[in-house]
Structure formats: structure tokens, C-alpha cells
Design a protein around this ligand. Structure first.
Ligand SMILES: NC(=O)c1ccc[n+]([C@@H]2O[C@H](COP(=O)([O-])OP(=O)(O)OC[C@H]3O[C@@H](n4cnc5c(N)ncnc54)[C@H](O)[C@@H]3O)[C@@H](O)[C@H]2O)c1
Length: 351
């Protein structure tokens, strides 16, 4: 008899979590390296008077966060996190970043010895010296090896099985390769690289740039301006990664899907761009718009800009990162959005 396959738990069932559940549910059936059933932890809520976990288990559809797509029947929704994680060896973290710390606290002591994780979370958290990677929070709290997956992967398109690429960043290559096997499909192509921190930072920082792209759209600028925002944003992403990462940061990583490709897709599609455009066109603040436009989905760009700005201030580097800084000040400090263009005109890249 063969070894029992590794069981997967997906922690989170929003728009991206549900899309990735579709892929995982189908892939585990095709390989005897994985257990044929998948646990999906669901943050319980009621939708039209019914429990979301119950809807998922009976209709096989996350009607709130991924309507119109069936989930494979071997994906089982569980509202109890401890129960969902029990006995599983591959843990996929895919929740908005503000919830990760609390969820890891609940999981402490319940994760199987030797289990490994992968974070699909795009964002950063506050740490003692400024900022902390989400994967580091998971490593510290749960003492497990954690890879990351980031890329040009707007969830609705992945759920519709439209071709795209993605990047796995792995501290331990063998573990990155296990997750590649779990997640790759003919239309979801994965490259594994070993510069995990750079990959993760790309995923967090691109959301700030997307807010800038949304400002340009709101102000009525064109494609050339947006291309400049993307390029200058990329330069700041590279500079920031070089400053922040302890390990090596190579330009090659930015050429993977997690770098340029995710930046481009987020600056054209993506919820951060959309809300930032509305921010310019209406007089509403960011949290009002998040509430109004996103149906329970969370925004990452503005909050990430706040975390980065605090660190830049502390290190006296605000002037070296004018685009990141202006985006924060416009979102939260009432700086005039027209100043965003002034900041592009005076970017140190041209001086
Ligand atoms: N949606 C995308 O296109 C996409 C693509 C790639 C990466 N990501 C990243 O994936 C991560 C998850 O995003 P998403 O799109 O799956 O989520 P989402 O924004 O669609 O949904 C929000 C989720 O948070 C849950 N939630 C609400 N309150 C909570 C609480 N108090 N505790 C725990 N969970 C709570 C909700 O149940 C829901 O599952 C984010 O970091 C995001 O940047 C998203």
C-alpha cells in the first residue's frame, strides 16, 4: 500500500482563497502525493440568512466572494480553524494581511509536526524596527517553513482558467517544489525562485503603486502617465527591497511574474486602482469607498503605504521614495491629489 498523501488546509476563503481552492481541489485528485480531500477554513458569516460554510458545502459555491464558480466537491468548508488545520501537512495562508497574526495565535499548538506553509497574502505588518513580512509572522508564531506565492493573478481571471503565470519564493527549494506541484495547472504556470523575501515584498509594494495608477485615472491622465507611474513605482520597489532585505535582491526577481507582470496587471485591473480612481472623483475617504465598493473584500494598497511611510520617516528616507510617500499623504493626510503629478515631475530619477 502506498503512503497516504499529504492533506491540505486552505486558511481563508475570500476571492483569492476560493479561486485557489478550485485549483487545489482539482489538483489533489490527480496526484497520489496529496490527500484527496481539502479543508477550507471559512470565516463564518451569514449570507441571506444562511451560514456561508453551509452554502459552500451544499451548493459548492462561495456565493459571496466568488459567485458563479463551482468549487470541487472534495473541498470541505470548515468554520472552526483548529479543526480545519488538524492533521494537515500543507497549509495555504490566503487571508487579508490584517488577520494573519490573530489566526496564527489560534493555530498555535494545533499544527502537525513537520507541516509546511505557503503565504499568498499580499501586505506587510508593523514590526519592532518598522515593518515585518507576513511570512515572518507565520514562521515566528508557528515555527514552520513558509514559502510565498505572488504573481499577476487577479482572482476572477484565475477562477475562469484564463492563462497566467505566478512565482513561488522558497526558503527551502524542495518545499517550494511541493507547492508548485500542488498549484500548477496548464493555465497557471509557476516558476520557483529562492529569493523569497523579494518575491513577497513585490506582492506587497505593487499595491501602493496601483493606488498611484488609480489617481492618474481619476485625474484623467493617459497611458503614458500610467506607464511612468509603473516605471517609477518599480524603481522605488527595487530600491526599497534592496534597503529592507537582509539577503540578496537581484533584478532578475523583478522580471518574474511577481514583479513587473503583477505591477502591470494591478495598475490596470485590480481593486486598489479602482478605489483610488473613485477617491479622486468623489469626496469620500478610503475606508468609506472600501466599504461601499468592495462587498466585504479588503483593500491593501493604502494600508501598506502607511506601514512603509512610518519606516521611511524613521529612517529619514521620505524624499528618496516620493511616490510611495505622496500616495500615503494623499490617502491619509489630506495632501492634494494634484500634487501626485508634481511629485512625478520632480522624481529623483530625473534629477
Ligand atoms: N483577489 C485577488 O485578486 C488576489 C490575487 C492575489 C492575491 N490576493 C491576496 O490574497 C489575500 C486574500 O485576499 P482575498 O481576495 O482572498 O480576500 P477578500 O478581500 O476577497 O475577502 C476578505 C476575506 O476576509 C475574511 N474576513 C473578514 N473578516 C475577517 C476576520 N475578522 N478574520 C478573518 N477573516 C476575515 C472574509 O471572510 C473573506 O474571506 C490578500 O492578501 C490579497 O492581497 C488577492
Amino acid at each position: 500500500s502506498r503512503m497516504p498523501g499529504k492533506k491540505v488546509c486552505i486558511v481563508g476563503s475570500g476571492n483569492w482563497g476560493s479561486s485557489i481552492a478550485k485549483i487545489i481541489g482539482s489538483n489533489v485528485k490527480a496526484s497520489n502525493r496529496f490527500h484527496p480531500e481539502v479543508n477550507l477554513w471559512v470565516y463564518e458569516e451569514t449570507v441571506d440568512g444562511r451560514l456561508l460554510s453551509h452554502i459552500i458545502n451544499t451548493q459548492h459555491e462561495n456565493v459571496k466572494y466568488l459567485p458563479g464558480h463551482k468549487l470541487p466537491r472534495n473541498v470541505r468548508a470548515l468554520p472552526d480553524l483548529v479543526e480545519a488545520v488538524r492533521g494537515t501537512e500543507l497549509i495555504v495562508f490566503v487571508v487579508p494581511h490584517q488577520f494573519i497574526g490573530g489566526l496564527c495565535e489560534q493555530m498555535k499548538g494545533h499544527v502537525k509536526e513537520g507541516a509546511i506553509g505557503i503565504s499568498l497574502v499580499k501586505g506587510l505588518d508593523e514590526g519592532p524596527d518598522g515593518i515585518r513580512l507576513i511570512s515572518d509572522i507565520i514562521r515566528e508564531k508557528l515555527h514552520m517553513d513558509v514559502s510565498v506565492l505572488m504573481g499577476a493573478n487577479i482572482a476572477s481571471e484565475v477562477a475562469a482558467d484564463k492563462f497566467c503565470e505566478s512565482t513561488v519564493g522558497a526558503r527551502t527549494l524542495a518545499n517550494g517544489l511541493i507547492f508548485k506541484e500542488l498549484l500548477q495547472t496548464p493555465n497557471f504556470r509557476i516558476t520557483v525562485v529562492e529569493e523569497s523575501d523579494t518575491v513577497e515584498l513585490c506582492g506587497a509594494l505593487k499595491n501602493i503603486v496601483a493606488v498611484g495608477a488609480g489617481f492618474c485615472d481619476g485625474l484623467g491622465f493617459g497611458d503614458n502617465t500610467k506607464a511612468a507611474v509603473i516605471r517609477l513605482g518599480l524603481m522605488e520597489m527595487v530600491a526599497f527591497a534592496k534597503m529592507f532585505c537582509r539577503g540578496p535582491v537581484s533584478s532578475d526577481t523583478f522580471l518574474e511574474s511577481c514583479g513587473v507582470a503583477d505591477l502591470v496587471t494591478t495598475c490596470y485591473g485590480g481593486r486598489n486602482r479602482k478605489v483610488a480612481e473613485a477617491f479622486v472623483r468623489t469626496s469620500k475617504n478610503i475606508s468609506e469607498l472600501e466599504e461601499e465598493m468592495l462587498n466585504g473584500q479588503k483593500l491593501q494598497g493604502p494600508q501598506t503605504s502607511a506601514e512603509i511611510y512610518k519606516l521611511l520617516q524613521k529612517k529619514n528616507l521620505v524624499k528618496e521614495f516620493p511616490l510611495f510617500s505622496a500616495i500615503y499623504q494623499i490617502c491619509f493626510q489630506g495632501r492634494d491629489v494634484q500634487d501626485f503629478i508634481t511629485c512625478l515631475q520632480n522624481h529623483p530619477e530625473h534629477m
